[in-house]
Write a protein that binds this ligand. Structure first.
Ligand SMILES: Nc1ncnc2c1ncn2[C@@H]1O[C@H](COP(=O)(O)OP(=O)(O)O)[C@@H](O)[C@H]1O
Ligand SMILES: [Mg+2]
Length: 343
């Protein structure tokens, strides 16, 4: 098959996406697929370099793609439209964060009618916006920490006084713990909120859940083994996520069987509550009395060799190449079913 790996982009998680993309591309090549890497924001020369080719990506300067006046001439749109020319059987979406994960790219791929991996546009948007996800989790009776959302720097702060300290201040729609702070007292609040507003138009203030950090991956309509993350810092921050040796992982988590099963059930229901498809990863905090709280569902979780979803899959006896193959197969099946239904 011909597979495009869509990677890079302009989000704060660009570097991680490039790593995911390289790793996925390697697996696809090993699986025997013709694989083309496309960096969402690169120009033709950069795309060729990415693919170790001088002429693989042609047509970028094609007059038909010269949408300068209509679309502001963005490379982004050109790169997506290039897909019509490259005619992939499926697109592996290896983007993380921003437009690649929030439904925008999914909507464009829907318009050009090409199968793509992971969730569709609506679930992607719901999962990216933490306040919206929570509405759906609560409706499905799934456990979440108490929180309030500030719509602007000037919003009244009275409401957040209802939460005990420490509080967690986070941008409503970022990932990789970017712009997130634990606030111990009111004095630190202003700067934390101001910082979070640099990354999002809404800021969530959430009750801090002291306890453990767990995550559950969903793949092929099933929850994989629970993983416990033991970060060197208090929270699983950017450094602990991406620097080797900054976190330890228990795969599977050393927790009671009933608790593991319960977390897997909650994860599957959270995945369904948002309408996610393909694969995802559900992040949890577990408090000191073993009560779980869903933090979020990641619709495009990291797929580097050391990432959590591949770790969980390996524990379930699924190697990385089979995981990648399973993800593209599901995308193609779903596309065919939706086409049959005329969607
Ligand atoms: N309410 C909370 N209580 C304790 N720790 C939290 C809380 N919210 C976030 N964290 C910490 O910050 C990390 C990132 O938070 P998360 O909500 O998953 O956002 P992101 O999308 O940036 O990953 C979590 O993995 C956890 O370590
Ligand atoms: Mg997270």
């Amino acid at each position: 098959m011909r597979v495009i790996v869509l990677m890079g982009g302009d989000s704060t998680e660009r570097e991680i996406s490039l790593a995911t993309g390289e790793n996925v591309a390697k697996a696809l090549i090993e699986n025997g697929h013709e694989t083309i890497k496309i960096d969402l924001i690169a120009d033709r020369d950069e795309q060729n370099r990415l693919n170790d080719s001088t002429n693989l990506i042609t047509g970028f300067e094609d007059p038909e793609l010269n949408l300068g006046k209509i679309a502001g001439g963005t490379r982004f749109l050109k790169n997506i439209l290039l897909f019509n020319r490259l005619k992939p059987d499926v697109v592996f979406n290896a983007l993380h964060g921003g437009k690649g994960e929030n439904g925008i790219v999914q909507g464009l791929l829907d318009i050009i009618e090409v199968p793509y991996t992971g969730s569709g546009r609506v679930a992607s948007m719901l999962a990216m916006e933490k306040d919206k996800s929570k509405i759906f989790f609560k409706k499905a009776n799934l456990p979440v920490a108490r929180s309030y959302v500030l719509a602007s720097m000037d919003s009244s702060r009275d409401i957040i006084k209802r939460l005990p300290y420490p509080q967690v201040v986070k941008p409503n729609d970022q990932g990789s713990t970017v712009g997130l702070k634990i606030v111990q007292s009111e004095i630190e609040m202003d700067s934390a909120i101001e910082d979070a507003f640099n990354y999002s138009s809404k800021v969530m203030v959430e009750e801090y859940i002291a306890g453990r950090e767990l995550t559950v991956a969903i793949f092929k309509n099933k929850a994989l083994p629970v993983i416990e993350i033991k970060p060197k810092h208090d929270i699983y921050d950017y450094e602990c996520k991406y620097s080797s040796g900054m976190s330890e992982y228990d795969v599977p988590a050393h927790i009671d069987e009933w608790l593991a099963v319960n977390l897997q059930k909650i994860s599957w229901r959270a995945h369904l509550a948002l309408g996610c498809e393909g694969y995802s990863r559900v992040d949890f905090r577990l408090n000191q009395t073993n009560k779980p709280f869903i933090l979020e569902v990641n619709t495009l979780p990291g797929m580097t060799d050391t990432s959590l979803v591949p770790k969980a899959a390996r524990e379930a006896g699924i190697n990385f190449n089979s995981l990648v193959e399973g993800i593209i197969e599901e995308a193609i099946d779903r596309f065919r079913t939706e086409k049959k239904r005329g969607l």
